[in-house]
Design a protein around this ligand. Structure first.
Ligand code: ADP
Ligand code: MG
Length: 253
């Protein structure tokens, strides 16, 4: 069975896109066939694989707004075992175009249900809001992965996020489970980073992944080169951390 994991946090800049790209690459390296889906109109995931989100004709937007578009027709290879459903700026309009569609929150789920998904694992990147695009991701998924930045006030939004998600869970997708919370952008020299991790540990207990993603320049630089850190700097500590996280995700099944 294909696992469908949605990465969500309504706060921007917490490491969602970075997590999708690098966890996806690490799972692919571990032999999993992986499909990444970019649901963000800003399409940083797509740009981070060296594709131009302005120049693509078939994207997640096509998939969500047109009937009978096949998943296969929008897939782009971005690495060994790794394919991408690219995002596009049009996604911003999808929200309004789907406003009257009775199946508006089920569009992505329906696409995945009617397609032969060529993957062991699907990872969905979402925009920094809980609008229709993110809800489509939450409804299509079986598992939720939440990155939390180890910085000031990052913890604040997490409770609100989980409350909203709980409503979506109850209403549209009772099958959605919390896969876990990942602490990201950890600063080794910062007491505050440590405090945030301690607080996450106290709140989420075994749902907090042991692997902590540190704040490292290589992670920020990789997308500029059009690659995940796993292929940009395969020997880096950051790449090793994403490999450990992938192992945890594989065992959490
Ligand atoms: N572990 C990290 N170390 C350094 N920079 C990071 C790390 N994770 C993310 N970044 C950078 O921080 C910014 C926001 O991350 P991103 O993954 O795009 O967040 P989101 O998708 O939640 O908005 C990006 O420029 C990204 O390259
Ligand atoms: Mg993002």
């Amino acid at each position: 069975m294909t696992r469908v994991i949605v990465v969500a946090n309504q706060k921007g800049g917490v490491g969602k896109t970075t997590l999708v790209s690098n966890l996806g690459a690490a799972l692919a390296e571990a032999g999993q066939k992986v499909v990444l889906i970019d649901l963000d109109p800003q399409s940083a995931l797509t740009a981070g694989f060296g594709l131009d989100p302005y120049a693509l004709s078939r994207t997640a937007y096509t998939l969500l707004t047109r009937d009978n578009v096949s998943l296969a027709s929008v897939l782009r290879p971005v690495g060994d075992n790794l394919v991408l459903v690219p995002g596009s700026v049009d996604l911003a309009a999808a929200e309004y175009q789907l406003a009257d569609a009775p199946d508006q929150v089920f569009r992505l789920r329906n696409v995945l249900a009617r397609s032969r998904v060529p993957a062991d694992c699907v990872l969905i990147d979402t925009p920094p809001s809980i609008g229709l695009l993110t809800v489509n991701g939450l409804v299509a998924a079986g598992e939720l992965l939440v990155p939390v930045q180890c910085q000031y006030l990052a913890m604040r939004g997490v409770r609100g996020l989980l409350e909203s998600i709980w409503l979506i869970h109850e209403r549209f997708n009772p099958e959605l489970n919390l896969l876990g919370v990942v602490a990201t952008m950890y600063r080794g020299g910062s007491d505050h980073s440590r405090e945030v991790v301690d607080e996450l540990q106290a709140v989420f207990e075994h749902k907090l992944f042991d692997t902590i993603i540190e704040d490292e320049d290589t992670v920020a630089k990789a997308p500029v080169t059009g690659k995940p850190v796993l292929t940009y700097r395969p020997q880096s500590e950051a790449a090793a951390a994403f490999r450990r996280l992938a192992e945890e995700v594989l065992h959490a099944h």
